[in-house]
Design a protein around this ligand. Structure first.
Ligand SMILES: Cc1cc2nc3c(=O)[nH]c(=O)nc-3n(C[C@H](O)[C@H](O)[C@H](O)COP(=O)(O)OP(=O)(O)OC[C@H]3O[C@@H](n4cnc5c(N)ncnc54)[C@H](O)[C@@H]3O)c2cc1C
Length: 405
């Protein structure tokens, strides 16, 4: 197992900058040698969740990151912890079946509750502001109406508006009052700190080989001898190992954030089947003011956004995002933009994460492929991966072996 990792980044998110990331680079190490039970590769929300579960279970762990924890997608996202995934409940029922869709929605609710609970405990800014899925075309309005009927029958809390609730030109909306938002980079770092695991930054893992009864993990700064390894490398996975090529597709997402403006939309919004997402981030020192955060427009830019692992922004995507603001939130269109950034997501063909053990490498586990929903699903899927690696428990609908069927 060998790899190269694109150890570079071009943009810094509002979240990362607010907590002082990136910190100055560690000097090149002397070649640390460490023995541990579990070696976690990747310090995003998934690696940090695994670290936290390891601490709860009394398992000694070391976490390696090619750059620094929270510099990947987790420090670059929109910070929405929502019920469900981008597809409407109706299309999830159609794609996965009623029972699986129900299980998936319940898992995102459990994830949201755990994340907001942990955020409160760890002092991470978060808010249960509720979310709205807003239809910008007739097809989406129909999907939301169908979803509302199924959500009602399955007992999920929601309100459906068949009209333009916000008076902004949307055709319908689905409100989930218990959904929340979070400062994602802060959460990532706080969870990792709370886990107490040893973290080694600037340590790109290049090779994992059998060594005695365990595994030797080679990285640019340290060699780890571990009984088991967990890969939490999401959108970067295919750079690391060919097993993930064709299974986890890197996709770039871009965001922009404005200077503070009067609060006009203090909830989490999702539109065009998740291709646009937006919220206003309250300014702690300026009551009634918030920064407009909006991302998306990938569907208009597949040629540039669907094959990349760099974190540059492009003028075209940024202009498409601005055009959406001008259309639906015209009062925010002229507020100067203070931050623009990009991040790398990992997509799978069926829209569900992949959890499992490498077929040719016993003891090397993975938990990847979050399809732009790692905040909504991540902790609870990581819990399944942790159950697999510690007790051999099945990962259910996330088991990667479904790809073979
Ligand atoms: C623009 C954007 C907006 C998003 N908005 C939302 C949202 O609002 N809600 C939501 O639920 N999800 C959202 N997402 C998706 C979410 O951010 C991801 O699903 C989630 O962060 C994935 O977490 P992770 O820990 O798996 O990956 P990451 O956070 O990307 O972490 C992976 C880590 O692995 C490290 N790594 C990779 N290769 C190696 C190697 N060889 N050696 C050592 N380390 C390595 C990387 O340096 C990185 O730190 C968004 C994503 C983007 C890009």
């Amino acid at each position: 197992m060998a790899s190269t990792f694109l150890d570079r980044f071009a943009t810094t998110s509002f979240w990362q900058q607010s907590i002082g990331l990136p910190t100055p680079e560690a000097p090149p190490g002397e070649g640390l040698k460490i023995e541990t039970d579990l070696c976690i590769v990747g310090g995003g929300v998934i690696g940090s969740s695994i670290a936290w579960f390891a601490q709860q279970a009394g398992i000694e762990a070391v976490l390696l990151d090619a750059r620094q924890p929270a510099l990947g997608a987790t420090g670059r996202n929109a910070g929405m912890a929502l019920c469900g995934i981008a597809e409407s409940y109706a299309s999830a029922v159609e794609q996965y079946g009623r029972q699986a869709a129900k299980e998936l929605w319940q898992l995102t609710i459990d994830n949201r509750e755990m994340m907001l609970g942990l955020a409160a405990r760890l002092g991470v800014p978060s808010e249960r502001c509720g979310s709205w899925l807003l239809a910008d075309c007739a097809e989406e309005a129909e999907a939301l109406a169908g979803s509302a009927r199924l959500l009602q029958a399955d007992g999920f809390d929601h309100h459906f508006a068949s009209t333009d609730f916000f008076g902004r030109g949307f055709l319908a909306g689905l409100h989930r009052p218990a959904d929340g938002v979070i400062q994602p980079a802060h959460f990532n770092r706080a969870l990792l700190a709370a886990s107490g695991v040893r973290v080694i930054s600037s340590a790109a893992v290049t090779e994992i080989t059998p060594a005695g009864t365990g595994l030797r993990v080679e990285s640019s700064r340290a060699t780890i001898h571990a009984r088991r390894v967990l890969l939490a490398t999401n959108g970067y996975s295919a750079l690391f190992h060919p097993f993930f090529q064709g299974k986890v597709h890197p996709r770039r997402g871009q965001i922009q954030v404005s200077e503070p403006a009067p609060l006009v939309f203090p909830v989490a919004g999702y539109s065009h089947f998740g291709y646009y997402y937006f919220r206003q981030v309250a300014e702690p020192d300026q009551p009634g003011m918030g920064r407009w955060l909006i991302g998306g427009a990938r569907h208009l830019n597949y040629a540039t956004e669907n094959h990349l692992t760099d974190e540059n922004v492009t003028a075209k995507v940024q202009a498409d995002i601005s055009a959406y603001t001008a259309r639906y939130f015209p009062e925010l269109a002229d507020v100067p933009i203070s931050h623009r950034w990009a991040g790398t997501m990992g997509f799978t063909d069926d829209g569900l994460p992949l959890v499992g053990e490498m077929p040719d490498q016993p003891g090397v586990f993975f938990c990847v492929g979050f399809n732009g929903h790692g905040m909504g699903l991540g902790i609870k899927v990581a819990e399944r991966a942790f159950g697999l690696l510690t007790e051999g428990r099945g990962a259910g609908m996330f088991d990667w072996q479904r790809l073979k069927r």
